[in-house]
Design a protein around this ligand. Structure first.
Ligand code: HEC
Length: 310
């Protein structure tokens, strides 16, 4: 009798408590990204801090101090404390995680949930939290890892002249950020790709390379040259440059004044300076031109869509 009472007083309630506890553990926190609802207003908050190397460095210092023990040095959720937690810490390198907005990561860091502590009190300065968001972004693998290209000699066959010429193709280096991040590198990457097209345009002019030049345009590209009729379509553009290169030699250098991205379209305002030698004449004409160029992104490659020079 006595033991029955003891059972119902002590063991039963604690069993019920344990049941409720383990229920809440299994139901409420399977994984952070999928079911952690972040209010729309928090998701859309823009990250006010720039992911500069310096900013990311201070984010790393904070991360190492406050987050690494659970989330791990590489953000994979394998910190020393992680094993003793009932909740998975998530994986900062995963695609699902990276698809979140900076605002959502900021919100989760500040609010916390279950085993994930709230950092509102521990890290009250919001700039510091944003710097951690920028640092966390660096865990995601960078989509384009370009190997440093080496200059190479390629043989180009000009079908009309039936001759093969050797051309040294200079590598055009993509600008590398000191620390590549998934967040800020997207725009930087597109911009440097566009800068690269302009560099190739400059190279094609300087090496009188008709084929390289034609390849820079979209099939339905339009070129509006200086004091000459508009040239429509890649084939006509090829013909027009072939004539230009046959009759003259261009030496030029481009500088970019503006680049603006509008989704899969971009426009560039540029200037070029150099000289133009017409074959058969001794005169070397000093050249200074301005260019308005629209580019279109086709299969992840930027091509010249409209180009007007004057
Ligand atoms: C005591 C361990 C612990 C510490 C310390 C910790 N976290 Fe977490 N964190 C977790 C756990 C566990 C989760 C998953 C929570 C859940 O899903 O309920 C999580 C989830 C997150 C998420 C959401 C992950 C996702 O998949 O969307 C972010 C962002 C995050 N933590 C950032 C941080 C930052 C930044 C710090 C340091 C300032 C930090 N955490 C410190 C344990 C920790």
């Amino acid at each position: 009798m006595k033991s029955k009472i003891l059972f119902s007083v002590l063991v039963l309630p604690s069993f019920v408590l344990w049941l409720g506890f383990s229920y809440s553990l299994t139901i409420n926190h399977p994984s952070g990204t999928s079911d952690w609802v972040v209010p729309e207003s928090a998701k859309s908050v823009k990250n006010p801090s720039k992911a500069t190397a310096e900013n990311i460095k201070s984010g790393k210092l904070l991360y190492d101090k406050h987050c690494k023990s659970c989330h791990g040095g590489g953000g994979k959720g394998d910190g020393t404390k992680a094993k003793s937690l009932t909740t998975s810490c998530g994986d900062f390198t995963s695609k699902v995680f990276s698809a979140q907005t900076d605002g959502a990561i900021f919100y989760k860091t500040r609010e916390g949930r279950t085993d994930m502590p709230s950092f509102k009190k521990k890290i009250p300065e919001v700039e510091e939290v944003w710097s951690m968001v920028n640092y966390i972004r660096t865990f995601a693998p960078v989509a384009t890892k370009v190997e440093e290209p080496k200059p190479k000699v390629v043989e180009k066959k000009d079908t009309t002249k039936n001759e093969v010429k050797k051309v040294v193709v200079k590598p055009v280096l993509e600008k590398k950020d000191s620390v590549a991040t998934a967040g800020d590198s997207m725009l930087t990457r597109e911009r440097s790709k566009i800068e690269m097209v302009l560099k190739q345009y400059e190279n094609a002019l300087n090496t009188s390379d008709t084929l390289a030049m034609a390849g820079l345009f979209t099939l339905n590209g339009i070129y509006i040259p200086i004091q000459a009729p508009t040239v429509i379509g890649a084939d006509s553009i090829k013909v027009s440059f072939r004539k230009l290169f046959k009759d003259s030699k261009i030496t030029t250098k481009f500088s970019i004044d503006e680049i603006e991205l509008l989704g899969d379209l971009a426009w560039v305002r540029a200037a070029s300076k150099g000289s133009h030698t017409i074959f058969g004449s001794t005169a070397i004409i000093a050249d200074a031109n301005r260019h308005l160029i629209f580019l279109k992104k086709l299969k992840d490659e930027w091509k010249i869509y409209r180009c007007m020079s004057n």
